[in-house]
Write a protein that binds this ligand. Structure first.
Ligand code: G
Ligand code: MN
Length: 246
């Protein structure tokens, strides 16, 4: 199953994107998050199958999501190393989106820095192909890897997501505030879209507004929700109401 979490523009309060997140139903019917089935995701074959299923969900749910939040809405999908190291997944993805009501401009590919660390020719070719087709490529968990600045030059990256560990620490750690501020400014200077993830409190939002951060994701704006609940969880009309309650 796919759950969707909103990415909100602080200036307008509108949902500009959603991230599709894997949710598996356990034996007891409870939903499991991707982090709880992490070892399964390390298996290349299994992770490719999961990505195909997630892609099918995104394509099936995409029209409803665009109808709710507008035709420019982007839907993020987390790809694994295995997906990008084999050309067939990328070709499959391009074909599936081509046959769907979604445009590549509606789809963001989220990759992690770790995946870029020992990039192969295949991975480079996959990213180049996705870039040429008009997909947005987002570097997830930004700031936690090893050589982020090199990655920004070496790969076609359009967007960075600043890891939630930084925002979680701003209350007690002045350095985290400085790091977020520097990362947001650097991202903007490089012409990248910047999202800060893991925003939970009003204090964090006030800080982010003050440093000119525009796009945010986190429980403050909506928890991951199944499509059937997305309307009530974070439809535009409810967004400000939800923030008041938070
Ligand atoms: O690394 P990635 O961005 O793909 O991780 C998404 C995960 O982060 C999801 O499982 C989601 O439930 C979790 N998440 C989203 N928003 C928040 C938040 O505000 N706080 C915390 N602690 N986790 C969050
Ligand atoms: Mn992600």
């Amino acid at each position: 199953m796919a759950a969707y979490q909103p990415i909100v523009d602080l200036g307008t309060g509108e949902v500009v994107a959603v991230e599709a997140l894997l949710r598996l139903k356990g034996e007891d019917g409870a939903l499991l998050a991707a982090s709880e089935v992490f070892s399964a995701l390390l298996d290349p074959e299994l992770s490719r199958r999961i990505s195909r299923v997630m892609l099918d969900h995104v394509v099936a749910d995409g029209p409803a999501i665009l109808a709710l939040f507008g035709s420019e809405t982007r839907i993020g999908i987390n790809l694994s190393d295995a997906d990008l190291r084999r050309g067939d997944f990328v070709q499959h993805m391009i074909d599936v989106i081509d046959d769907s009501p979604l445009a590549p401009q509606n789809v963001t590919i989220e990759v992690t820095e770790t995946m870029l660390l020992d990039a192969s020719g295949h991975l480079n070719a996959s990213l180049a192909m996705l870039d040429q087709c008009g997909f947005t490529i987002c570097l997830d968990d930004f700031g936690t890897g090893f050589s982020s600045l090199t990655h920004l030059r070496a790969f076609p990256i359009h967007k960075v997501k600043i890891d939630r560990d930084f925002i979680a620490a701003i209350g007690e750690d002045h350095q985290s505030r400085l790091i977020i501020q520097a990362l947001v400014q650097m991202g903007h200077s490089l012409g990248l879209r910047v999202v800060v993830e893991g925003v939970e409190t009003e204090e964090q939002e006030i800080f982010l507004r003050a440093i000119g951060c525009r796009h945010v994701q986190g429980y403050r704006y909506g928890r991951p929700a199944l499509l059937s609940d997305v309307h009530t969880c974070f439809s535009p009309a409810d967004a400000s109401e939800q923030r008041r309650r938070a």
